[in-house]
Design a protein around this ligand. Sequence first.
Ligand code: NAP
Length: 265
Amino acid sequence: MTDFVERYGPWAVVAGASEGIGASFSQKLAARGLNLVLVARRAAPLETLAAGLRDQHGVEVRVQPLDLGSPDAVSKLGAAVEGLDVGLLIYNAAYSPIGRFIDIEVEEHLKAVAVNVHGPLRFSHYFGRRLAERGKGGIILMSSMSGYQGTAMVANYAATKAYDTILAEGLWYELRGRGVDVLACIAGATLTPSYESVTDDIPSKGLARPMPPDEVTEQALKDLGQRPSGASGRRNRFASALLSRILPRSAAIEMVSKETVRLYG
Ligand SMILES: NC(=O)c1ccc[n+]([C@@H]2O[C@H](COP(=O)([O-])OP(=O)(O)OC[C@H]3O[C@@H](n4cnc5c(N)ncnc54)[C@H](OP(=O)(O)O)[C@@H]3O)[C@@H](O)[C@H]2O)c1
């Protein structure tokens, strides 16, 4: 734990922190002794989480309500972390409009690009420079197995997640010489409030069975500094190999898209 704080502390920023995977990351980082800056749009759930983490783990926690999709998000957060020695960024939030691409208004797609592409780009650039300058730290970008191939019903979201994976992998190579570990955490279906809000059909077996957020985040914190990208759990690692390396592309697209049409269609 001391090594973890030494390498990635004393402060971490969790962007998209108040529930699901982001809240789980926040819990695990506080348990490891990191002070936290928690970001999301709604202040109330952030304040509740922050109070619990201070009580449970005795760490300092600040909250910063802001919309990560807005162009001034990074300058607002930059002002909030002025003077804090931040060693770790986790960019977790995403927006995923669900439906057939042409049935969704283009503004919704652009909102997803703002939160899932512009946000990680701006935050990785800002914190990448800061971390490289101090010579150590880490960045985790949350990605998705839908980013391995084209995926029906979430075609634009899947494309934004391909961006997140590829950005993190490039930065893994570029920044490792500067002491900064970068990871794309490639989640499969995960039982979060966001996931539960878009489907009533939660499979209890098979490849698409959702995982608890704590398993995803525990694996990501283990993978950081070990590899450029990683999936959590044996089922997801098997699915990752199948989708990205074994199946012909058209077969991978069909396999995943049949599942997303069944879930969201
Ligand atoms: N759940 C899954 O099955 C699954 C599968 C694969 C990958 N992932 C990836 O895992 C990550 C987390 O997913 P999730 O299911 O936990 O839900 P999520 O909806 O992406 O994230 C929820 C958290 O992010 C905050 N947030 C959302 N939009 C925001 C914005 N524009 N600005 C600031 N904060 C924002 C939410 O709080 P507010 O609403 O208060 O802003 C909440 O704290 C995402 O990157 C997603 O792509 C999830």
